[in-house]
Ligand binder design. Structure first.
Ligand code: NOJ
Length: 729
């Protein structure tokens, strides 16, 4: 009986009949004036110091502020909330949002790094901890996850996503949403997710942020939509419309994506917020002559809430009264926003508890989760001669490069309320890992101002040491929003530092801190080992040191291709074959005359301090009936001397179809921890969802056909087998 009661009490509120929410929404809506309705559609920004301006308080008191962003800390959030709840006529709580992208105060590795863990559980944990910290301050809405597929590393925002693959991206999208919202987003510690940027934003031409995009409907549906669909299916309460234009229609005025697909096909019932000022920017796009046209286009296309620009509030009263925009469109947007506020339990629990804020921020548990995530995100790119891990009995170690002491670089872009001072630098972490050793730090100034003297000093430090660790890459502001690069080389004279250190003739290893794939060829031929640490967060330096000295074994793998040169971009593993695929022996094939067509490191790449062997690949049944599910099994063995994690990856290739198909498509993965000498059988299921694709009619189908299945530890190489669906053709 008690158990039954406990079960009933623990049932998530989301399972409660939504008729109740609908009734409450309807009742409230019926009491609202047009101005109050438009107030719900308005989101405004706090000041740079995280405070709300007097104007925001005014709007809150008069019921004309639905949501804010960037008002921070429980006392300021509660004060603004109180203004709304104690003064406004209908006492509708304000929804507080913020860019919590990879942590609020405790910063996790950037999302691209978290994806490199190939462990959705790690992403879910990062989201859960971030939500707990943020929600304790009164924030109830994260502008995350960014689920844009990115195939162009010049685009600075690749740091914020899961990389180039829709299957992996979908798994990570689900994990982010689960981590933020849980089963019941109204519970303490839970928040609303916002899948962004709907849609195609990552395909900006030339990698220039905010740029135009040119994407076929097939590519939209097969590559760019899936992570959004996964987020919606996982229950994401909100989406953000993107800055780009798509086939001539800006994403923020795009009825096809915002309404036909999102509402019609996917039955999404949450709300869509525009990106920052994106409604007003419809004027710059050239599809609206003024704010009134911008408001009318965005709202009627399906953008429910306007972020920062005020075209809705300023123009819709007149447009609605004149009959140019139907009131029903405003009502529908209000309904969607109120629904989310009810589902978040905002009416029942509108305020933050300052005691929880103190307890949650930067707690030992948050730090421990960030530490583990950082360790699991590390990718060992190269380790010639097994130079890594370094011995812990080294007497003198040189730590070289400006990034060795740059703690902001560890946090990366969009680092919430994270503080560099909360993080140890890589140099500090090396000192802590080798308490008995002498650590010579030769760090120079900033990346952009390395001098001859700095390079000389690096050379001297390496000569005086038993081994050198060169820390290089990008500073925090070199990736992220509006930080596109036209070169992906190591910025400044960092390569010279590595060369100077290597010339000393001692073992030299490099640690890369960066927010995107880089062109590393000159570094790779200078130093034997490169550990890709990304921007690993508040606890990242300790994770790096653990990997450098063998207390941790790197097990992450790339989720974005590393090109050899920027001229190869876009380069991604799931490309089409074409009629003349690249071939060394035939000139008239798809390649370059001035360099290789292959990547520096393919999607899925990652080494370990141990070695793994795959064997015994089987597909059962090898000939499957249409609609059936085939099981793929493979044994993975750790035949090296250390424990380590293998990332087993399954790729499909459809041999023949009426439309061209990619040369490989990821359709299964598993990160497996194995002790030395241990083996395990990994199983993948291939059913219609994995085998199907869009036919020539753009309808999803799984016509009979042959598939080549490759299972490996990267998108290149592995064991292969055949699967035939529906009898041999
Ligand atoms: C613009 C960015 O594109 C978006 O990702 C972010 O959430 C908003 N600004 C709010 O800061």
């Amino acid at each position: 009986m008690i158990a039954l009661l406990a079960l009933i009490l623990s049932l998530p509120a989301a399972a409660a009949p939504s008729a109740d929410v609908e009734a409450r929404v309807q009742e409230l809506l019926s009491k609202m004036t047009l101005e109050e309705k438009l107030g719900q559609l308005q989101q405004l920004d706090g000041r740079a110091d995280g405070k709300a301006s007097p104007e925001l308080f005014d709007l809150a008191r008069t019921g004309r502020l639905g949501a804010v962003l960037g008002v921070l800390g429980s006392s300021e959030i509660n004060a603004l909330q109180r203004a709304a709840l104690e003064n406004s006529r209908l006492k509708i709580p304000i929804l507080f949002g913020f860019d919590v992208i990879h942590g609020y105060r405790t910063i996790f590795p950037i999302p691209l790094a978290l994806a490199s863990s190939w462990d959705p559980g790690e992403v879910e944990s990062a989201a859960r901890v971030s939500a707990r910290e943020a929600e304790a301050t009164g924030l109830r809405w994260m502008f995350s996850p960014m689920v844009d597929i990115a195939r162009d590393p010049r685009w600075g925002r690749v740091a914020e996503g899961a990389g180039e693959d829709p299957y992996l991206g979908s798994a990570m999208a689900r994990a982010w949403v689960r981590g933020y919202q849980g089963d019941d987003p109204s519970q303490p510690g839970r928040v609303a997710a916002c899948a962004k940027h709907w849609v195609g934003y990552g395909a900006a031409e030339g990698g220039r942020d905010y740029g135009t995009t040119e994407i076929s409907e097939r590519t939209l549906r097969e590559i760019y939509f899936p992570p959004f669909k996964a987020a919606v299916d996982a229950g994401a309460l909100t989406l953000m419309s993107a800055f780009n234009d798509l086939d001539g229609v800006p994403s923020t005025a795009n009825r096809f994506t915002l309404t036909d697909v999102l509402r019609g096909e996917w039955k999404f019932s949450g709300f869509v917020v525009s990106d920052y000022n994106a409604v007003h920017e419809l004027i710059n796009h050239g599809v609206a002559q003024d704010g009134a046209q911008a408001a009318a286009r965005a709202l009627t296309a399906g953008v429910d809430m306007e972020m920062v620009s005020r075209d809705y509030a300023q123009n819709l009263p007149e447009l609605v009264r004149a009959g140019a925009v139907p009131l029903s469109a405003v009502d529908e947007a209000v309904r969607r926003i109120l629904r989310v506020k009810f589902e978040l339990g905002l009416f029942e629990r509108p305020y933050a508890d300052p005691a929880r804020e103190d307890a949650e921020l930067l707690s030992a548990a948050s730090r421990a989760a960030a530490r583990r995530a950082a360790e699991r995100s590390l990718v060992l790119l190269q380790n010639d001669g097994g130079v890594l891990p370094l011995s812990k009995s080294l007497k003198t170690v040189a730590v070289i490069g400006p990034l060795a002491v740059d703690r902001a670089a560890l946090l990366g872009s969009w680092s919430g309320e994270g503080r560099p001072a909360d993080a140890a630098s890589v140099a500090d972490a090396v000192r802590a890992a080798l308490p008995g050793a002498r650590v010579i730090a030769s760090t120079g100034g900033a990346i952009g101002s390395l001098s001859d003297a700095d390079i000389q000093s690096a050379s001297e430090a390496a000569r005086a040491a038993d081994a050198a660790i060169v820390v290089l890459g990008e500073s925090a502001d070199m990736s992220g929003e509006a930080s596109a690069r036209s070169s992906l080389d190591l910025p400044g004279r960092q390569l010279e530092l590595a060369r100077a250190a290597a010339a000393a003739g001692k073992p030299v290893v490099a640690v890369a801190l960066n927010g995107r794939p880089l062109t590393l060829a000159p570094l790779l031929s200078t130093v034997p080992a490169v550990l890709e640490a990304w921007q690993p967060g508040t606890e990242g330096a300790a994770a790096v040191a653990a990997a450098l000295f063998g207390d941790a074994n790197p097990g992450g793998h790339l989720t974005m291709t590393f090109p050899r040169s920027t001229g190869q971009i876009p380069i991604y593993y799931d490309h089409k074959n074409g009629g003349r695929p690249a071939s060394e022996s035939d000139h008239f094939t798809s390649k370059y005359i001035d360099g290789p067509w292959t990547p520096q490191f393919p999607f899925g790449w990652g080494l370990s301090y141990t070695t793994f062997t795959l064997s015994g690949l089987s597909v059962t049944p090898a000939v499957a009936a249409p609609g059936a599910t085939a099981i793929v099994r493979v044994e993975v063995s750790n035949d090296g001397a250390r424990a380590g994690d293998a990332v087993v990856q399954l790729y499909l290739r459809r041999r023949f179809a009426e439309v061209t198909r990619p040369v490989a498509e990821l359709k299964g993965f598993s990160r497996v921890g194995l002790k030395s000498g241990e083996s395990r059988v990994v199983e993948f299921a291939l059913g219609p969802a994995e085998l199907g694709f869009l036919g020539a009619d753009m309808k999803f189908s799984e016509p009979p056909g042959d598939y080549e299945i490759t299972v490996g530890t990267s998108s290149v190489g592995g064991l292969t087998a055949r699967l035939t669906v529906g009898g041999r053709r």
